[in-house]
Design a protein around this ligand. Sequence first.
Ligand code: BG6
Ligand code: MG
Length: 216
Amino acid sequence: MIKGIIFDLDGVLVSTDELHYQAWKKLAMDLGIMGFTKEDNARQKGVSRMDSLEIVLEKGNKRYSDEEKLTFADQKNNFYIELLQRLTDDAVLAGVKETLIMLRKKGLLIGIGSVSKNTPLILEKTGLKSYIDQISCGLDISKSKPDPEVFLVAAKKLGLLPVQCLVIEDSKAGIIAAKAANMRSLGVGPEYEQLGADYKYKNLQCEIDWDSILNS
Ligand code: BG6
Ligand code: MG
């Protein structure tokens, strides 16, 4: 029986992909890397900031020290935070608020499991904070998805066992992490059919058979 739902943030609750893309693209251009595309950006889904940076740098032909890489990641994050200042509840994806309200009415606990260190800012800006019971994010963990740490921390904060949690994700790394955490998973987003999730729905606006999922 499922007692808590752990939501990924980027691409599941809010639409931030374009902002991540713009910030990485600006960094790439500043470094003289011209070939960074939206397809490369799609590979950054669910991937930590430093691993995402490697996806940008592999499009160029220079090698950088760890110190330089940290500076580049900070640069990207500064652009990204500038863009996040303009975020409003318009960025909340279709069906999200209704789903959160409905699940809470059913007595479920709601958690966030996101590797983004900007999770608190995004929840604040979009007004989603009041719908969430516990947050597990990049600030709480040392290993990024596909490691299960972020979901295990979320379950612990919610006071639940992993088997009592359902993860909702839009990335392959996230579904692998959910399985490694011994949690069931529901995949959404443009690649929902290819993620390997236990339950597959295009988005949270779909007619989801919650009763059978929650009682399974
Ligand atoms: C994930 C995104 O949620 O957070 C990734 O899908 C991103 O694209 C990662 O790299 C880390 O985010 P941040 O905000 O800490 O740089
Ligand atoms: Mg995501």
